[in-house]
Design a protein around this ligand. Structure first.
Ligand code: COI
Length: 355
């Protein structure tokens, strides 16, 4: 190990790298991690100096609030390889802003950009070789914060740990994505934590998702909790519906995550002259459009999922298959987005940031 520190970050390098043991062509999403991780602790009301050190397990007191009350938030981001070994981030400030909104909602301290963004750039620079060239190859970035203060009293912790771990990744979904439209369970409610990237938002979906998977569906499209009539998001991604030639997606709200991919696709679609209508689509409207043939596409959008076409959906026991479309809007937008992310097309929006 070698230790070298900047004024802002301590760095302890791993003695050797695992990189040669990794089969980059056969990665299972989120299960391989790079050589290093960033750790930064919050105690006595202040963030301490971050450290980048070898990736390894760590100890926390069994009474830590994260275990009992789920005080935990995270982000999902990706790094892309450009020309000449350059490494690029996509709209990282958006993730920082959302992370801190999640922190406020979960009564956790906000993380300054000097730790989140500068720390991320420093660890990515160290792990540059883990970002592989070529469309589809990414390094998935998982910044997260957990409450590490001990004591089972149900109050916010006074101690937190912010970390960044990195995982080489290809696609999130392998194969076709079929969904069920939620009729009973809910992901979020007004006044709740649906708009935060809180760990509990995801685990709360595991049981209904398991029931859906047992019936052969990969995801659930959540509906509003009060009436189950409005289509909202799919939990791991926001959703778009193409009816005739208009793209619809629900407005962000207290129940829906403000996805970076979602908002980028809206801007890209508008630039391409595609009609975009940001409004709630009713389940009844979707069924009517599926029946009269005006429903052309449904696709999910998210950092991990990128743009994932949905081949069909089930509602009240009936399965509706979507038409197979040549040159779909989903694929056109995916192509435009990824070419910007991989620096293969001009980034007129100024979204990409070099590490
Ligand atoms: C992402 O798209 O990065 C997410 O955070 C979703 C996650 C469940 C993989």
């Amino acid at each position: 190990m070698s230790l070298n520190s900047t004024n802002e970050i301590d760095i302890v390098k791993a003695i050797s790298s695992k990189i040669n043991d990794v089969d980059f062509e056969n990665l299972s999403f989120g299960s391989t991690f790079t050589d290093h991780m960033l750790v930064c602790d919050f105690k006595e009301g202040h963030w301490q100096k971050p450290i980048i050190k070898p990736y390894e397990p760590f100890m926390i007191d069994p009474s830590a609030k994260v275990f009992h009350y789920g005080q935990a938030i995270f982000e999902g981001m990706k790094a892309y390889k450009g020309e000449n070994n350059s490494v690029w981030l996509f709209r990282p400030e958006e993730n920082l802003i959302r992370f801190n909104k999640s922190a406020v909602r979960m009564a956790m301290p906000e993380v300054p950009g000097s730790i989140f963004i500068d720390g991320l750039k420093t660890i990515l620079d160290i792990e540059r070789d883990w970002v592989k060239k070529g469309l589809g190859n990414t390094l998935y970035i998982r910044p997260f914060m957990i409450a590490v203060g001990s004591g089972v009293i149900a109050q916010p912790s006074t101690q937190y740990r912010f970390m960044i771990i990195l995982s080489p990744a290809k696609s999130y979904y392998s194969g076709e994505v079929k969904v069920i439209i939620a009729e009973h369970y809910s992901r979020a409610a007004n006044g709740g934590i649906g708009a935060a990237k809180a760990a509990g938002n995801y685990s709360a979906q595991f049981y209904p998702q398991k029931l859906a998977q047992e019936k052969g569906f990969q995801q659930i499209i959540w509906t509003d909790d009060a009436t189950h009539t409005k289509l909202e998001e799919a939990g791991t991604m926001n959703v778009f519906f193409r009816i005739n030639d208009t793209l619809y997606t629900a407005p962000t709200s207290e129940r829906i995550l403000d996805g970076v991919t979602r908002k980028s696709l809206i801007d890209l679609a508008k630039r391409e002259g595609i009609n975009v209508d940001v409004r709630s689509v009713l389940v009844d409207e979707l069924i009517a459009a599926a029946k009269d043939g005006s429903l052309k596409e449904i696709f999910g959008a998210g950092t991990a999922a990128v743009v994932s076409p949905i081949v069909g959906f089930q509602y009240q026991g009936t399965y509706y298959e979507l038409p197979k479309i040549e040159n779909s809007i989903a694929m056109q937008l995916k192509d435009k987005l990824t070419k910007i992310q991989y620096k293969l097309a001009e980034d007129t929006f100024g979204w990409t940031v070099e590490v």
